[in-house]
Design a binder for this molecule. Structure first.
Ligand SMILES: Nc1ncnc2c1ncn2[C@@H]1O[C@H](COP(=O)(O)OP(=O)(O)O)[C@@H](O)[C@H]1O
Ligand SMILES: [Mg+2]
Length: 254
């Protein structure tokens, strides 16, 4: 496959120019960061697993009518996506108290919230992705009120669906982060789900034992990080057939 022009290298993925206008190739790396790059490492096979997991979840979501950027998986580490204008917000949904919510507000981690909470963070590495309110978002023009309404409606549907999907395989969806983008088609703009949905940006706990199966294993040095990601893929029924050897890295594709 001819090498494509690289457009952006982020912390976990690389974006390449796609084969057709309006498309991109999203390449999933094994690189892992935490605390906005303060902690760096690699999780062997993570890129392969996240590519599969995100493909699987975006496909299931598309089936229930959620518009997404996902077109198709190309190979072990790459997927073809629609290019969108990313809205510079991280939309976080919380079902159970964990992470920064627990720390900031002194709430015991693991406590189920009386109802799901949506939070917004301004996507800006230099500012450490600060939490913002709807007022900031509309005031500074990051998204219009209508865009935000669409994002919230989509986010709640995604949360309902994914909570059920994960519960079915014995996993509690504690919280997760979504990114959205604007997609123009014949002068019309639609908000679509973009980026990825994977154990990099979801907290996933075993429903019975509470064991963590997500990036917190890396963030908090809990060990068995690869195994956590593999277990999520295994339960979803999407471990690459040839097993973990398939996941050793980029030598499988040039
Ligand atoms: N469909 C898309 N079109 C354009 N940009 C996208 C799309 N999906 C995701 N992105 C952006 O591509 C980047 C993905 O790489 P990542 O390693 O996650 O970067 P970052 O370190 O900025 O989080 C993110 O900045 C994300 O907002
Ligand atoms: Mg990212």
């Amino acid at each position: 496959m001819a090498r494509r022009r690289q457009l952006y290298e982020g912390k976990a993925k690389i974006l390449f120019e796609g084969p057709e206008p309006g498309t991109l190739v999203q390449y999933f790396k094994d690189d892992a960061t935490a605390g906005n790059g303060a902690k760096k490492g690699t999780i062997t096979g993570k890129g392969v697993l996240n590519n599969r997991i995100s493909e699987y979840l975006m496909t299931r979501l598309a089936e229930i009518g959620i518009p997404t950027h996902f077109i198709r998986r190309l190979n072990m580490r790459e997927q073809l996506i629609r290019e969108v204008e990313i809205i510079p917000l991280e939309v976080v949904v919380r079902n159970v108290a964990a992470g920064s919510l627990a720390t900031r507000l002194g709430i015991t981690e693991g406590q189920r919230l009386p109802r799901s909470i949506i939070e917004y963070y301004y996507k800006n590495d230099q500012l450490n992705d600060p939490m913002v309110a709807e007022e900031h978002i509309t005031c500074f023009g990051w998204a219009a009120t209508q865009d935000l309404d669409d994002m919230v409606a989509l986010t709640l549907r995604v949360n309902d669906f994914l909570c059920g999907l994960f519960l079915g395989v014995g996993i509690t969806l504690v919280d997760f982060k979504l990114e959205f983008g604007r997609l123009w088609e014949n002068e019309e703009m639609r908000i679509v789900l973009a980026d990825e949905i994977s154990p990099d940006n979801c907290r996933l706990w075993d429903t019975k034992t509470g064991e963590k199966m997500d990036k917190d294993r890396f963030r908090r040095d809990l060990g068995k990080v690869e195994e956590g990601y593999q277990e999520v893929a295994r339960r979803l029924g999407i471990l690459p057939e040839a097993g973990p050897r398939d996941m050793s890295g980029p030598e499988v594709m040039q």
